[in-house]
Design a protein around this ligand. Structure first.
Ligand code: GAP
Length: 454
């Protein structure tokens, strides 16, 4: 098989995602809604496995982090205090001729927008581009029945603010002490000007965010601690380490709330891009909420009797972008050798997902639909499904069934053959090595549990 070029990989991945039920275009029967995606039966499992892994490592395995699920809709003053009303903007230019709109820093624009030399990248007209204007990325809607300015409310552009406004509630109810953190997974919305690259940049997405509240002066130490923890977690997803790197924000890149920021980048088929950020947000958010809400948000250190507004070290990952990292990293096209080549074609597409992340853990195949094999296969399937998400497939040649599960990323294929009905053993095929073990049916749960650990 010839090597796949980078630009084709995304096309192939999007097509596999649809074919196997990972991700569908939103409202497809109406022609689709731009850059909005729905997760199908396998996609919802994969993303859920990633989110659960995050929650386990952030909340369940730590004594100093509590969970939260704050509402998407928040008091509109939250977004004034957080700086999003004034600062969460992109500079935009319009073409007066063709009415298209672009980011002012769009590399396709020739010349300086607002000046006669500027050329529209779509219609080619010269001097028709307006000077840049700031465009707020927050989605606006109205709360209640009256559509008036006083009823304007926003869909949250980051989950972090739900944590800041609840920080005292969590602190007091959980009896935590600074340093401690609050973690949350939830939807966020941004009216992105240039969404794209499948689920990489969308207007509706999910974030997995953790805000860690620390004593001022200790934030650099905690910042480094969380950088280490987060990279370790990402590597634990099974992503190849040579495809990961750090990128520190320079002054121009820093968000309005950040004093220092590092992105974890992955080498996507379309280049190195961020999918998680670690941010030193200082006391920017809590101080502003204290001022705007008129409520004291400082912390009394019980040991030293000092009062201070905690500094915040934030870890902020996109659940969808992390899912894309995992999918891109797992996607392989391979030549198949040996017995399987004859059974199911000589080439295969396979998602080499880490077994614990795979949507389906095993597929159960009766070799043929007679001689007691389907009955035994159904019994095994019923038994296994009490422990794992498993799939029953009796359609087509065994080679074709293997190929379908390779594309779904299912790590194990369990085949019930003529010998199985005699001695209650089955073959278990490993997705990656194609090797087959003969395992007693009574030992299958133990066998799979061991292989799925990690
Ligand atoms: N609370 C900090 C914050 O929101 P961010 O760098 O703007 O920081 C954090 O976003 C993460 O959220 C990104 O690394 C990315 O994974 C995800 N994200 C942001 N905008 C996104 C979008 N339009 N589509 C998909 N994911 C997005």
């Amino acid at each position: 098989m010839p090597p796949v070029t980078a630009d084709k990989i995304m096309e192939k991945l999007v097509s596999l995602a649809k074919r196997r039920g990972f991700v569908f275009q939103s409202s497809e029967i109406y022609g689709g809604l731009g850059s909005v995606w729905d997760y199908g039966p396998l996609g919802v499992e994969l993303k859920k496995n990633i989110k659960e892994r995050w929650w386990r490592s952030m909340v369940h395995e730590r004594d100093d982090i509590e969970g939260l699920d704050a509402a998407i809709l928040m008091h509109p003053k939250v977004w004034e205090a957080s700086g999003h009303v004034s600062g969460f903007t992109d500079p935009l230019v319009d073409c007066k001729q063709c009415k298209n709109r672009f980011r002012a820093d769009d590399p396709k624009i020739k010349g300086t927008p607002g000046q006669p030399d500027a050329q529209c990248p779509v219609c080619g007209s010269k001097g028709t581009l307006t000077a840049p204007r700031q465009f707020n990325l927050m989605f606006k809607t109205f709360m209640g029945p009256v559509e008036e300015q006083a009823a304007v409310i926003y869909l949250r552009p980051e989950t972090a603010q739900g944590i800041y406004v609840n920080y005292l509630n969590v602190l007091q109810s959980s009896r935590q002490k600074v340093p401690f953190g609050v973690a949350q997974i939830g939807k966020a919305f941004r009216n992105e000007i240039t969404p794209g690259n499948f689920i990489f940049r969308t207007r509706e997405f999910e974030q997995m965010e953790m805000q860690f509240f620390v004593k001022p002066g200790s934030e650099t130490e905690w910042f480094e601690f969380w950088r280490g923890e987060r990279m370790q977690w990402v590597e634990g997803l099974g992503v190849r380490s040579e495809k990961l790197r750090w990128h520190q924000h320079d002054k121009d890149e820093l968000a309005h709330y950040a004093r220092d920021a590092y992105d974890i980048q992955y080498e996507f088929p379309f280049g190195w891009q961020e999918f998680e950020g670690i941010h030193n947000r200082t006391d920017f958010d809590l101080s502003n909420h204290q001022k705007h809400a008129g409520k004291k948000l400082d912390y009394l250190d019980p040991k030293t009797n000092e009062r201070f507004i905690p500094y915040v070290v934030e870890t902020s990952a996109g659940a969808d972008r992390t899912t894309l990292v995992v999918l891109c990293d797992a996607y392989r096209e391979e030549e198949v050798r040996g017995e399987e080549a004859a059974e199911g074609g000589e080439q295969r597409v396979v998602l080499k997902l880490k077994p614990s992340l795979a949507p389906l853990k095993a597929a159960v195949f009766p070799l043929v639909n007679k001689d007691g094999m389907p009955e035994l296969a159904h019994r095994i399937h019923d038994d296994l499904r009490r422990h794992f998400n498993v799939f029953y497939d009796d359609g087509g040649s065994i080679g074709r069934r293997y190929r379908r599960q390779d594309e779904a990323g299912t790590p194990f294929g369990i085949t019930i053959d003529g010998q199985s009905t005699q001695d209650q053993t089955v073959t278990v095929r490993d997705r990656d090595t194609l090797k087959q073990d003969r395992v007693a049916t009574g030992k299958l749960v133990e066998y799979l549990t061991q292989k799925l650990a990690g």
